[in-house]
Write a protein that binds this ligand. Structure first.
Ligand code: GLY
Length: 356
């Protein structure tokens, strides 16, 4: 098992990576079992794939455990679902000592983490991500939340898990497109933090069927852990994790959720942000080429023709909460990123040409 720490004082926790971990979970979780009530929060299909075996194994090892499933997709992130989970936990006899295991992708982690942050003023939770995106990004760093009709993640908390348990073997049950989308976020870590890793990922993508997920997950998680350890509340360096996200989110909103995967949208967004970085003379043409050729090595869906002006309202939306200033993440050399307010709308619109 490979392990390392997110260093946050008394909220520090370890990220443990081991193929086949789910089968050994009772061993790993035993030290946290003090006879409290445990709840697995997951989705029905994931329970069928591996959740029921996992539950049985934990029960056999003296865990007092039940499960609650969420609907698939963003529908799970509603106030109604949140309130249903809380009621169900009370019915199951949960109290302040109870623990939650989030077994799923980003949606499950966001909702389960938020329930943990607020149930009886906060209980322990464990992240057990099942998608590549959740393994390398959302399960680490404590961002939790649900949606309201006015927007996504408008209710939430930064609330750190007790531990993150990553089993790369779970990826075998995922559709290929889902996994490829997650590689978009892996490319991001190379672009913003580690040029050598970016070049390595580019070469791995030449033979995507043999992509070394264990190694890629390990390096990505390590980078994310380091960034979160430095800036838990996203007042500074953590913002660079949003590289590619301003345009990525705009693409997701414009095309409609479910029409493009988050990691795919981020990959397209990174192409535009790379273009912008080069136009600002922050990276060379050669560096831009390194980034673009890496992203182009990733099998991505064909985008419909994007009319730049249609994206603009969604890009402007990203300014909310920042007093009208768009904090745009750019590369300042490959392997180093920063935010700037100097990216104007015209340059963003111009950059969209790399998509068409
Ligand atoms: N997904 C970006 C962050 O956790 O900050």
């Amino acid at each position: 098992m490979k392990s390392f720490q997110v260093n946050l004082g008394n909220r520090s926790y370890s990220i443990d990576i081991m193929p086949g971990m789910i089968k050994k979970c009772p061993l790993v979780l035993n030290e946290h079992n003090n006879g409290q009530k445990w709840i697995i929060i997951s989705q029905h299909n994931l329970m069928e794939f591996f959740g029921f075996d996992f539950l049985k194994e934990l029960k056999n090892n003296k865990f007092d455990i039940d499960f609650i499933t969420l609907p698939n997709g963003e529908a799970a992130k509603s106030i109604n679902e949140y309130s249903r989970i809380i009621s169900q936990m009370i019915e199951y006899g949960c109290d302040r000592k109870s623990s939650i295991i989030c077994l799923g992708g980003g949606v499950v982690g966001d909702v389960g983490g938020f329930v943990a942050s607020s149930f009886m003023r906060g209980i322990d939770y464990f992240q057990m991500p099942t998608t590549l995106l959740a393994m390398v990004d959302s399960s680490i760093g404590g961002k939790t939340g649900i949606n309201v009709s006015q927007g996504k993640n408008l209710v939430g908390a930064i609330y750190q898990p007790k531990r993150v348990l990553i089993d790369p073997a779970l990826l075998e049950s995922l559709p290929k497109e889902e996994v490829n989308a997650g590689i978009g976020e892996i490319i991001k870590y190379g672009a913003i933090w580690d040029k050598k890793f970016l070049v390595e990922v580019r070469s791995w993508l030449n033979d995507i069927n043999n992509f070394p997920f264990d190694r890629a997950i390990y390096t990505s998680c390590k980078i994310k852990a380091q960034i979160v350890s430095e800036d838990e509340n996203e007042n500074g360096i953590r913002r660079i994790l949003n590289f590619g996200h301003t345009i990525g989110h705009a693409l997701e909103s414009h095309l409609g959720y479910g029409k493009i995967r988050h990691g795919e949208a981020v990959a397209f967004g990174m192409k535009c942000s790379g273009y912008i970085s080069e136009r600002l003379n922050l990276i060379t043409k050669d560096e831009l080429l390194t980034l673009l050729s890496t992203i182009d090595n990733l099998p991505l869906p064909q985008l419909p023709h994007i009319n730049a002006n249609d994206l603009l309202p969604f890009i402007k939306n990203d300014k909310k909460g920042e007093k009208g200033k768009l904090n745009f993440v750019v590369l300042d050399n490959i392997g180093n990123a920063k935010t700037t307010t100097k990216v104007d709308e015209d340059l963003i619109l111009e950059s969209l040409k790399v998509l068409n």
